[in-house]
Design a binder for this molecule. Structure first.
Ligand code: URA
Length: 457
């Protein structure tokens, strides 16, 4: 199933006679001085970086020059293509079924993949959801699923194929293999430590190189906007979404994007087992309105993009009548998880209460994400372990009336010495305003208007 994309110079052919066609310093200086990089320069720099000929400090300088100067659409497309060619490409054409995937740019409480993948599979579209682990304040899908006793993230290519076939559940959530876009793996780790993550050309090429290499036929991007997201402003998020949609479309992947709110956490939980519990509520026909609405909105887009349109009511029915849950249970069982095993529960909890009567007008996504991380739900370095039980449970959402003393949040952890730092992260994250204030009216209006802010096709 996994095939080399093209002859891969990184592994197949060293530079002829050991002579490199460019000098990294010249490429860095060209971008620093505002020039457009040529196709040949881009192909070489990505390949040479993958081979270890361009050093980390040189790639850091180039990433910073790109961060400051930018790249045009042609450069971004070539950069993305070069990263795809650094590794292997999956091919699902032998499945004989349409495939659709979803990618979120990352947020707090974003457990949507869990109910979404089985829901889409109910309607005959296979969902290859090759996922990652969390870094920093945003959670990782694999970390969440690993709170299910026995569940295994690493699958062979044959296992992935069998999960996606008509004889399997039709959806798989598993770890992406190391062969997909290895240049991005190296570059993303470097960007993470050099202040060059939040840059449209670099984010767009990083995400789209992996998604195009993954081989999905249709792709829906959930581009998050707000304090808990990379993109704090709607205009930046729109630019990122438009760039990624163009890259996917040019590569032959039917690509769409929704811009969605990440100023407050999605749903009522942030943290691994807590989020799985909430996903199970959605798969049982319940769950918080914002999580259900976004799951259904993304499923509508995925099925339509895959050429199998399904009405919203049909999708809600499949959540309510157990069809999506049946697919979920089969997915979990096939990866050695026990869908009936109780999820782990934190031995220690602390509650944060409202300090006044009024309307909750702010429950900041970044504050809650950092608190969940400090409680043990996330990791600071790739190798760190995470606690399945740690996280934050919300008892109210912005726009709701609250009373003084009412619980707003419960903090969960296995290590109570973490409570103080988690509380510190929440110091400015919660605001209760007078019911007749303009802040209260705005929060109520935002709550009514829902989580989807815009759609890019
Ligand atoms: N996710 C990625 O895969 N890459 C980025 O650059 C940012 C988010």
């Amino acid at each position: 199933m996994t095939v080399p994309a093209f002859p891969n110079p990184a592994v197949d052919a060293p530079a002829p006679g050991g002579v490199e066609p460019f000098d990294a310093v010249d490429v860095i200086a060209a971008k620093r001085d505002g020039d457009r990089l040529t196709d040949a320069q881009i192909d070489w720099v990505i390949d040479a970086y993958t081979r270890g000929v361009v050093a980390d400090e040189q790639m850091s300088a180039l990433a910073m020059a790109i961060y400051l100067v930018g790249m045009d659409r042609g450069e971004i497309a070539r950069w993305t293509d070069a990263m795809i060619r650094s590794g292997q490409r999956m091919d699902f054409s032998c499945l004989g079924r349409p495939t659709a995937d979803k990618h979120s740019t990352g947020g707090v409480g974003d457990k949507i993949t869990l109910p979404l993948a089985p829901l889409v599979a109910v309607f005959g579209v296979s969902v290859p959801q090759l996922s990652g682990r969390g870094l920093g304040h945003t959670g990782g899908t694999l970390d969440k699923l690993e709170s299910i006793p026995g569940w295994r993230a690493a699958l062979s290519n044959d296992e992935i194929m069998s999960m996606l076939s008509a004889d399997g559940p039709g959806a798989v959530i598993c770890a992406a293999g190391s062969g997909l876009a290895p240049a991005d793996k190296k570059l993303y780790a470097l960007r993470d430590t050099t202040g060059t993550v939040s840059c449209v050309p670099l984010i767009a090429s990083s995400i789209m190189s992996k998604k195009i290499a993954e081989g999905t036929g249709a792709l829906v991007l959930d581009v998050k906007v707000g304090s808990g997201a990379f993109m704090k402003e709607l205009s930046q998020a729109r630019e990122l979404a438009e760039t990624m949609v163009a890259l996917g479309t040019d590569a032959g992947v039917v690509t769409r994007a929704l811009l969605t709110d990440m100023s407050t956490p999605l749903g009522l939980t942030a943290g691994n087992a807590l989020e799985v519990r909430e996903a199970l509520e959605v798969l049982s026909g319940g769950g918080p309105v914002d999580v259900v609405d976004l799951t259904v909105a993304l499923a509508v887009e995925m099925l339509d993009a895959a050429g199998r349109p399904v009405a919203e009511d049909e999708l809600r029915a499949a959540l309510g009548d157990g069809r999506a849950m049946d697919v979920w249970r089969e997915m979990i069982r096939r990866q050695d998880g026990d869908p009936d095993a109780p999820l782990p529960v934190a031995p220690e909890t602390e509650t944060i209460t409202a300090d006044a009567d009024g309307v909750l007008t702010r429950l900041d996504a970044l504050g809650v994400g950092v608190a969940a991380w400090r409680l043990g739900a996330g990791r600071a370095r790739k190798e760190d372990p995470v606690q399945a039980v740690a996280g934050v449970e919300l008892h109210a959402k912005p726009g709701e009336a609250v009373r003084a003393g009412q619980p707003l949040l419960t903090l969960h952890t296995a290590t109570p010495e973490r409570f103080a730092r988690a509380r510190a992260a929440l110091a400015d994250a919660i605001v209760v305003s007078a019911p007749d204030s303009s802040e209260a009216r705005a929060a109520v209006a935002r709550r009514r208007s829902g989580v989807v802010l815009d759609r890019i096709v």
